[in-house]
Design a protein around this ligand. Structure first.
Ligand SMILES: *[C@@H]1O[C@H](CO)[C@@H](O)[C@H](O)[C@H]1NC(C)=O
Ligand SMILES: *[C@@H]1O[C@H](CO)[C@@H](O)[C@H](O)[C@H]1NC(C)=O
Ligand SMILES: *[C@@H]1O[C@H](CO)[C@@H](O)[C@H](O)[C@H]1NC(C)=O
Ligand SMILES: *[C@@H]1O[C@H](CO)[C@@H](O)[C@H](O)[C@H]1NC(C)=O
Length: 405
């Protein structure tokens, strides 16, 4: 080390800097992994493939807990500490740290009942739409319809999407349509939130609201209601993508991928294989064996963003009459797909769907389809930069130079 500080050695330092970058990245990755590994879990029968899958699920768990409030999927009490708080007093609203709370609009007041609650949701059931856009999709016949689940009081996130990737249409001459999926806000401010939602619907005509309680545990209901809606009101579209509010979506690449994709029995996204069923009652994704006996889930596409051909919604809602509705929505779709005997398809590239947020880079983002984003990224600013004219990538050499430490 000291050697390199010597004057006259700067050339050497420069030559080594690329290796140094690599070593530093390795060290950080290593630290990150070690931080997340539960050695206990690893010990019994170590198998590299399983290990990678478990790690990816663990990283996902860790990351999801940071995506607080970002979507309806992750209401106030979704991190372990608040979940624990709640077990002490299930009737009180979770005490949310105000620092995180301030980053977004007021959090939903519906308590997340875990882990004592039920692992099945009230579906099928006779839900009906309070706000609907029954003709919009059938009239405009989009190629892809983007369906975004979001809590009713999360207007801020809806506006960001309307101002960013939700505004893209047509793309490659294909129509793209955006809708938000809402349940009912319950608890404090119930009426006020509903009035605001009605007003917003008049302004934008892109809200679909159904009469089930909007909370994390009911996400499966939201997804199934989405499938009912697609069957009833959007069957002339070719594909639907369900995508979370805190995602970055490269609509051009999505459409481009779908133009070459199968037209039926097609579901893609970030496909998990052999994911382990969580048997630790403190896990956010705990499922007891009496609800689901196998130790692994069938193949399923992670809920952050998945794509369906429009023949599937009807088949999936029919299948739901034969498969108990578990509260983990993406897993449930996996179970339904298994029932139908249609495994989800991997995307043409592994580099399309990102679980762990990618740091914004114009060149990098021009090659992906969807990635989660960190809660404090300014997605409108990223979008402005992404959409500005000019090439996405510099020549390879320049790009590498820019990436030097
Ligand atoms: C739970 O919270 C409610 C409302 O805040 C309170 O009235 C009640 O006494 C609490 N119960 C326990 C066991 O702490
Ligand atoms: C949160 O926001 C409120 C009002 O918007 C403000 O008064 C308060 O200081 C903020 N708290 C933090 C921790 O930033
Ligand atoms: C989910 O929605 C149903 C229908 O509105 C409701 O009965 C149930 O209590 C909700 N679940 C939770 C955990 O709030
Ligand atoms: C399309 O479907 C056929 C038959 O199901 C399958 O063999 C093929 O691999 C699929 N192609 C793509 C791109 O998914």
């Amino acid at each position: 080390m000291v050697d390199r500080e010597k004057p006259g050695d700067s050339g050497k330092w420069f030559r080594f800097s690329r290796n140094r970058c690599f070593v530093l990245i390795l060290i950080f990755t290593g630290m990150f992994l070690i931080y997340n590994i539960k050695i206990k879990e690893m010990a019994p029968d170590w198998n590299p493939k399983m290990w990678i899958q478990n790690q990816s699920a663990d990283l996902w768990t860790l990351f999801k807990s940071q995506r607080q409030n970002a979507s309806s999927a992750h209401p106030a009490a979704n991190d372990n500490s608040t979940a624990l708080l709640q077990t002490d007093n299930k009737t009180s609203a979770p005490e949310v740290n105000t620092e995180t709370q301030n980053k977004t609009v007021p959090t939903t007041t519906v308590a997340y009942v875990s882990p004592a609650g039920s692992y099945l949701v009230e579906y099928p059931s006779d839900y009906h739409f309070i706000i609907n856009e029954p003709q919009k999709c059938e009239k405009e016949k989009p190629f892809v319809v983007l369906m975004v689940p979001v809590a009713p009081n999360n207007r801020q996130h809806r506006d960001i999407i309307r101002n960013t990737w939700g505004s893209e249409s047509p793309v490659l001459d294909k129509g793209v349509k955006l809708f938000f999926l809402l349940g009912l806000h319950t608890g404090t401010g119930e009426e006020q939130v509903q009035q605001q939602v009605l007003q917003e619907s008049k302004e934008h005509h892109d809200l679909i609201q159904s009469n089930f309680v909007d909370c994390y545990k009911n996400l499966t209901i939201k997804t199934m209601v989405m499938l009912e809606w697609l069957t009833a009101h959007c069957s002339s579209a070719s594909y639907a993508m369900k995508i979370d509010v805190d995602m970055f979506l490269n609509v051009h690449n999505l459409v481009s991928m779908l133009l070459k994709a199968n037209k039926t029995n097609y579901m893609t996204g970030r496909v998990e294989r052999g994911a382990t069923v969580r048997r630790d009652p403190n896990s956010k994704w705990y499922l007891p064996p009496d609800i689901y006996a196998p130790s692994q889930y069938p193949r399923y596409a992670l809920g952050l963003g998945y794509v369906l051909s429009l023949d599937l919604p009807k088949k999936l809602t029919e299948a739901s009459r034969h498969v108990k509705a578990v509260y983990i929505e993406d897993v449930y779709l996996g179970l339904l797909m298994q029932h139908l005997g249609i495994p989800p398809t991997d995307p043409p590239s592994w580099d399309y769907f990102f679980l762990i947020p990618l740091v914004y880079n114009r060149c990098r983002f021009s090659m992906i389809i969807a990635t989660t984003t960190h809660p404090n990224t300014d997605r409108e600013q990223i979008w402005r930069d992404f959409k500005k004219p000019g090439p996405f990538c510099y020549s390879k050499k320049k790009y590498n130079m820019k990436k030097q430490c």
